[in-house]
Design a protein around this ligand. Structure first.
Ligand SMILES: Nc1ncnc2c1ncn2[C@@H]1O[C@H](COP(=O)(O)OP(=O)(O)O)[C@@H](O)[C@H]1O
Ligand SMILES: [Mg+2]
Length: 244
């Protein structure tokens, strides 16, 4: 079943068309990768999904309900309500609250949960899954390394028990071993917790190695889509994205 369906969406920033009639689907339980160079429109696509930029064409459905649309007569669902419905975004550059502790950041991820016991349980789950966060729970986030901050941003998103997690360049600016560690965690989240993952990356190799299906975005247009293993073998992908 398709969990997320993006149907021919376009987004403009004034004179620039950042996305042009983009369509894609994310099925329940899979990891889908969107690869593309800097400026291709990847972050814009994620912002469109969570209704942070308006669409000029098309619509987006989540669990068969329209959540974001260019149609004037129909209202899009605001970002904070999408979190309640089960979509969590880990934005590019992580956007952690640097002056808050790890624990306070995790609390922010559970902003709409009233049940304090549930929040406490979720936090313990996160500390088990990311032991480094447990060890640093009372520390200000700014004292964490880039990799630890990325893990915290992912943990914060998981606090709301999402059905779909959107990851904007989780490997950006991190050392290769740290990137591997993060992708390993992403796979566990997908396999064990059954969270569907949509990840956008400039690091095409890591993204395609850790996904089942992939799309390539160039200048706001989808130019290729296939299984990730086929894309890894594709000549165009190898030249343009894998540097071979
Ligand atoms: N707020 C904005 N205002 C104007 N142009 C923007 C804005 N955000 C992004 N853009 C432009 O839209 C295009 C796509 O940007 P973005 O979605 O951030 O790409 P990516 O995430 O793939 O690097 C780029 O040309 C970028 O300069
Ligand atoms: Mg981006």
């Amino acid at each position: 079943m398709s969990l997320l369906k993006i149907d021919s969406i376009s987004v403009r920033y004034g004179a620039i068309e950042a996305l042009h009639e983009v369509s894609m689907t994310v099925d329940e339980g899979e990891i889908v990768a969107l690869i593309g160079a800097n400026g291709a429109g990847k972050s814009t696509l994620l912002k469109a999904i969570v209704n942070q930029v308006p669409l000029t064409t098309g619509s987006i459905s989540f669990r068969d309900e329209v959540i974001t649309t260019s149609a004037r007569h129909k209202k899009s669902v605001p970002t904070h309500l999408l979190a309640k419905r089960g979509i969590a975004l880990v934005p590019e550059g992580r956007h952690v609250f640097a002056d808050m502790t790890v624990e306070e950041n995790l609390d922010m991820g559970a902003f709409f949960i009233k049940d304090q016991d549930l929040i406490a349980r979720k936090k313990e789950e996160m500390y088990d899954f990311f032991p480094i966060l447990g060890a640093r729970r009372k520390q200000k986030t700014r004292s964490l390394s880039g990799g630890e901050q990325q893990m915290m941003a992912i943990a914060r998103a998981l606090m709301s028990s999402p059905k779909l997690i959107l990851l904007d360049e989780p490997g950006l600016g991190l050392a290769p071993l740290v990137v591997q560690d993060i992708f390993h965690k992403i796979r566990i989240i997908n396999e064990q917790d059954k969270v569907t993952v949509f990840l956008v990356e400039q690091n095409a190799r890591m993204a395609l190695k850790n996904s089942s299906k992939g799309y390539c975005l160039e200048n706001g247009r989808i130019v290729l889509s296939d299984t990730s293993s086929a894309l890894l073998e594709n000549d165009k992908v190898r030249q343009a994205y894998l540097g071979e």
